[in-house]
Design a binder for this molecule. Structure first.
Ligand code: F3S
Ligand code: F3S
Length: 105
């Protein structure tokens, strides 16, 4: 699966969601999250992110390794809704994201 890392926090450019053929990029309060069971690894989202926040899981920089778990665990309360646009925003960010210092635009 692909993972959305720290550069997305407090930015959420959302160019990525238009590229995803399976609508598996979900919105949290401070970051977008890829549902790992729904992502088909097409990779279309990765090059369009203006801040290079998206990585294949095995290519995540070490400093952001925790984001792999964040993109899994944040879906624990909702499972696999099979479509971000229909499901609407996630109720809360993963604790790792919530703990990031707030970045002003
Ligand atoms: Fe975030 Fe980049 Fe998408 S900033 S919302 S991962 S285009
Ligand atoms: Fe969608 Fe990106 Fe996966 S475009 S299918 S989230 S690699």
């Amino acid at each position: 699966t692909y993972v959305i890392a720290q550069p997305c926090v407090d930015l959420k450019d959302k160019a990525c969601i238009d590229e995803c053929p399976v609508d598996c990029i979900y919105e949290g309060p401070r970051k977008m999250y890829i549902q790992p069971d729904e992502c088909v690894d097409c990779g279309a989202c990765e090059p369009v992110c203006p801040v290079e926040a998206i990585f294949y899981e095995d290519a995540l920089p070490a400093e952001w390794a925790g984001y792999r778990r964040a993109d899994q665990e944040v879906f624990a309360p909702v499972g696999s809704p099979a479509g971000a646009s229909a499901a609407g925003p996630l109720p809360a960010d993963h604790p790792l994201v919530a703990a990031e210092p707030v970045r002003e635009p």
